[in-house]
Design a protein around this ligand. Structure first.
Ligand code: ATP
Length: 234
C-alpha cells in the first residue's frame, strides 16, 4: 500500500532522515518507535507532504506521491493526525469534527460518518457542544483522531497519540486503535511508548538517528534484547 524507499530529509544543516525504507501493506498496523529526535515525526510529515525529501521515493498504491501537495495526499486517503493534537481550542467538538469533514463532496455522507465516529468515541457525542480547549488531554486526543476519521482515511498516520495521557487512557487508546484496525483501517503509528506500539504492530521499525536500526513483527521486537534494554527498560 505504502512504500518508502531510500528517504533522505534535511532541515538546513540537520539531517533528520538518511536512507529510510519502510513498507505498509493493505490492512497492516505498522509502528515506528524511537527516542526523541530520531526522526519519527519527520517521516510522517514527509509521507503526508508537509516536508520534502532531498532524495528517495514514496509510493502509495503504486503511484509516486512525494511531489504531491499535502491536500492531494489527503485526497488519496492518507490522513495525518499530528503530534500535540492541533485542535481548534476555541471551537466546539462538533465544529472541529465538521472541519474534519470539509472534503466531503456529498453532504449526505456527513451524517453516516459522524454516526460511526460517535460509535467509536461515545464521549465525543456526549460532549459535542463543549469547547475543545476545555476537554481533558485524553478527550482532546480522541477528538483529534475522530477529526481525522471524518476525512474517511484509507491509511491513518498517527503521531504519538499517547503523549501526556494517563496509563488508564493509554490503555483505552490502545483498545480504540485495535478496533479501528480490526475494522479494516491501515495504520502507521509513531510512538515513544514502545510497549503500546509493539503490542499492536503487525510490522514494526526502530528508528535511531534518522536510520532504521531494526525491523520485525511486533512480537519479534518485543522479544529483542536490544529493544528490551533500550526502549522497554527491562
Ligand atoms: P520527537 O518525538 O521529539 O518529536 P522525532 O523522532 O519525531 O522526535 P523529529 O521531530 O522528526 O524526531 O526530528 C528529527 C531531527 O530533526 C531532530 O534532530 C530535530 O531536532 C530536527 N528537526 C525537526 N524539525 C525541525 C525543523 N523544523 N527545523 C530544524 N530541525 C528540525
Amino acid at each position: 500500500m505504502l512504500q518508502v524507499e531510500n528517504l533522505h530529509v534535511r532541515y538546513g544543516e540537520v539531517t533528520a532522515l538518511s536512507g529510510v525504507d519502510i513498507v505498509a501493506k493493505e490492512g497492516e498496523f505498522v509502528t515506528l518507535i524511537g527516542a526523541n529526535g530520531a526522526g519519527k515525526s519527520t517521516l510522517l510529515r514527509t509521507i503526508s507532504g508537509l516536508s520534502r525529501p532531498s532524495e528517495g521515493a514514496i509510493s502509495y498504491r503504486d503511484s509516486r506521491i512525494d511531489r504531491l501537495p499535502a491536500h492531494a495526499i489527503v485526497g488519496l486517503g492518507l490522513v495525518h493526525v499530528p503530534e500535540r493534537r492541533s485542535l481548534f481550542p476555541a471551537m466546539t467538538v462538533m465544529e472541529n469534527l465538521e472541519l474534519g469533514a470539509y472534503r466531503l463532496k456529498e453532504k449526505s455522507e456527513f451524517g453516516g460518518r459522524l454516526r460511526s465516529v460517535f460509535d467509536d468515541f461515545p464521549v465525543l457525542e456526549e460532549k459535542q457542544d463543549r469547547l475543545a480547549g476545555n476537554m481533558s488531554g485524553g478527550e482532546q486526543q480522541m477528538c483529534a483522531i475522530a477529526r481525522g476519521l471524518m476525512l474517511g482515511p484509507k491509511l491513518l498516520l498517527l503521531d504519538e497519540p499517547s503523549l501526556g495521557l494517563s496509563p488508564l487512557l493509554v490503555g483505552m487508546l490502545g483498545t480504540i486503535m485495535k478496533r479501528l484496525h480490526e475494522g479494516g483501517l491501515s495504520i502507521i503509528l509513531v510512538e515513544q511508548n514502545a510497549f503500546l506500539a509493539l503490542r499492536l504492530a503487525d510490522r514494526a521499525y526502530v528508528l535511531e538517528r534518522g536510520r532504521i536500526a531494526l525491523e520485525g513483527t511486533g512480537r519479534e521486537l518485543l522479544n529483542s534484547d536490544r529493544v528490551r534494554k533500550a526502549y522497554l527498560g527491562l
